[in-house]
Ligand binder design. Sequence first.
Ligand SMILES: Cc1cc2nc3c(=O)[nH]c(=O)nc-3n(C[C@H](O)[C@H](O)[C@H](O)COP(=O)(O)OP(=O)(O)OC[C@H]3O[C@@H](n4cnc5c(N)ncnc54)[C@H](O)[C@@H]3O)c2cc1C
Length: 464
Amino acid sequence: MEEIFCDVLIAGGGNAALSAAITAAEKGHSVIVADRAPYHMRGGNTRHTRNLRAMHTNPTNILSDSYTEDEYYEDLIRVTEGNTNDKLARLTIQKSAELTDWLFDRGIKFQGALGGTLSLGRTNAFFLGGGRAMLNALYRTAIKLKVKCLCDTEVLKLNIIDNKFKSAVLKENDIETKINAKAFIIASGGFQGNENWMKEAWGDISKNFLIRGTPYNTGGLIREMLDNNAIQIGEANQCHAVAIDARAPKYDGGITSRLDAVPFGIVVNKDGDRFYDEGEDFWPKRYAIWGRLIASQPEQIGYCIVDSKSINSFMPSVFPAIQADDINSLAKIVNLDPKNLNRTINNFNDSIVEGEFNHTILDNCYTKNINVPKTHWARKIDVAPFYLWPLRPGITFTYLGLKVNENAEVGMKNLTIGNGNIFAAGETMAGNVLGKGYLAGIGMTIGTVFGRLAGEGASNYVSS
Ligand SMILES: Cc1cc2nc3c(=O)[nH]c(=O)nc-3n(C[C@H](O)[C@H](O)[C@H](O)COP(=O)(O)OP(=O)(O)OC[C@H]3O[C@@H](n4cnc5c(N)ncnc54)[C@H](O)[C@@H]3O)c2cc1C
């Protein structure tokens, strides 16, 4: 087997890996980045992203107003219900303030601050051209710094002795190469692409989950690290899961399979029953809970229904809605019991307290005297034609991963953290910050912050 030597070996090829690679290469170290995906799919879930969440105290040309550390922290505590490592959460937030400048200096372009009522322009910096453009800029910078970027190359087997990384076997096509490196960074994503592991975590129902991103994040290296004494963080069934169009492909449908119709109508399950308040809050604040909600329904399927009053009020769906002139016909197309669906819609229509409909605020259109309330944007479903979209849980990424410290160093059982040469970034360690729940844009923030920390940590180790 051919043997190669370098300072830092990085498994992965997305934002976390590239942020780490650039950081280590800028400090003068030789770096190899290996992504198991083919060239056109390199960069995993990062390809699908649009923004990152960053604190700032004054308006910039990318972010409006201010988004303070405390506000960001409160948002994080709310969504995680306190399931976060406080020190790492604070560190992520504080370091997020540097990210737009750091990325801009390395070729990433941003859009101007977004307008609109959801304040995203205040909290989230949007990549011009999306995640793919962002990723391509990171690769260009890494290559200029002489980082060796490999595609179609899986980091297969780790040789870890006495809790220290020694070497890894890389596989490109059928050719195996041994890489000896002074430090190792694992940035190879979660395990959502691993059907067996998902089944272990969720049981049989996982067969009905769709994976929104890359099929290549299968968690092999997380498993290998855990088998090699690394300390686990996060639970196997914690993840970011949204409701997506059930007709999306099993893998990699990306953001196009998202559906924004829910607050404008109702969602029923296979039995034709409603099961959750569709108008609880603005959709961007709620869409991440609907994946789990649908996962807990019979056969893990839901059906969103709106009438023609609402059809032009949200972003059109990529898959056209199923359409019918009456509820009976609509039910029959998707094998729902027409009697049940009519009953649910009639009960819902009868419960409505009419107000002034306004989808840009938490309006005063709500339901009364009904088991499952709808607290905003409740309007009768009574104007034909009627529209329906089937929904499935869409898994974005899993949270089980590796425990790290504030230098992104992986905690190993029986080793005082601070002496090791193994680091983790991105989805492989996001569970340290996200014990549960999600805050839009924080995935890329965690990846860039800990990618940089991992690159620095590995550099320091190599230099020491
Ligand atoms: C549809 C979608 C939209 C999203 N939008 C946003 C957004 O707008 N903002 C945000 O903050 N987050 C978003 N996220 C989440 C975000 O994509 C992730 O948090 C982030 O990209 C993780 O970066 P990463 O580098 O850890 O992983 P990835 O970018 O997934 O990269 C992991 C890489 O590791 C490779 N790999 C896996 N195993 C191995 C192995 N054994 N050897 C070598 N390589 C391996 C994979 O091929 C992959 O390229 C989105 C996710 C999805 C799916």
